[in-house]
Design a protein around this ligand. Sequence first.
Ligand code: PDD
Length: 286
Amino acid sequence: MTRIVYVNGDYVPEDQAKVSVFDRGFLFADGVYEVTSVLEGKLLDFAGHARRLERSLSELDMAAPVSMEALLDIHRELIVRNDLTEGMIYLQVTRGADADRDFAFPDPEKVPSSLVLFTQAKSIADSPAAKKGLRVISIEDQRWARRDIKTVQLLYPSMGKMMAKAAGCDDAWMIEDCHVTEGTSNNAYIVKDGKIITRHLSNEILHGITRAAVLRFAKEAQMVVEERAFTIDEAKDADEAFITSASTFVMPVVEIDGAALGDGKPGPVAARLREIYLDESRKTAL
Ligand code: PDD
């Protein structure tokens, strides 16, 4: 089955999906994106992703190409056309294709922003990694300072993934001033004496949609949550650790820089939160 992709108003087979070489996403990484998970053919937390997209666009003075209602329709149409039961929908908005390469933004009246969406099938709920847990390394955080905007400039996170791979690990946690910011494409958490600790929201991290849901569920389940920066040494000494993202939900971390956490197996808090997240998200998926 050929994947059907959405490009600026059209649903086309993936080999016919094209954007201009002058697109500012291609030339300047002048674009933002969202990844929304799909479970049993339904979208998880679409409203949260739509809100964050609007915020990313407004922080960069970029026009929304279509309304958020229209975006929901496009997501649903792609699920149907691609018969997607589980995985993600990737959405990208760029500042469009100007006549030439120019650092200055084009006039949005003359150059419309461009919109691309595609599906990616993936087994997230029954991921074997959730039973094994991830091994991570720490690396210096060398990204730009507005990590709260979900831009497509992902070269450093890609390099981080490759550094992790080269070390025989799964992912990298990024460190700034001895404190963990986040994973290459996920939010980072540790658990110490039953307390869930994760970095507070600021421009230094992406405001994860899964993070918001998981912290809400944790508080509803009477778990103690502390939103503050934690050091990499604190993380290595934690009872357990985990990450969250739309493409992994809640995923345990069992090793940091070669140091096993607890007994080196996925911890009970991560397992419980993963279960709650799956149950609750199924209820509100649309
Ligand atoms: N990444 N932090 C970073 C740097 C991320 O790239 C992501 C998501 C998150 C988690 O956000 P959310 O819970 O809203 O998915 C945190 C997506 C999945 C990606 O780039 O594929």
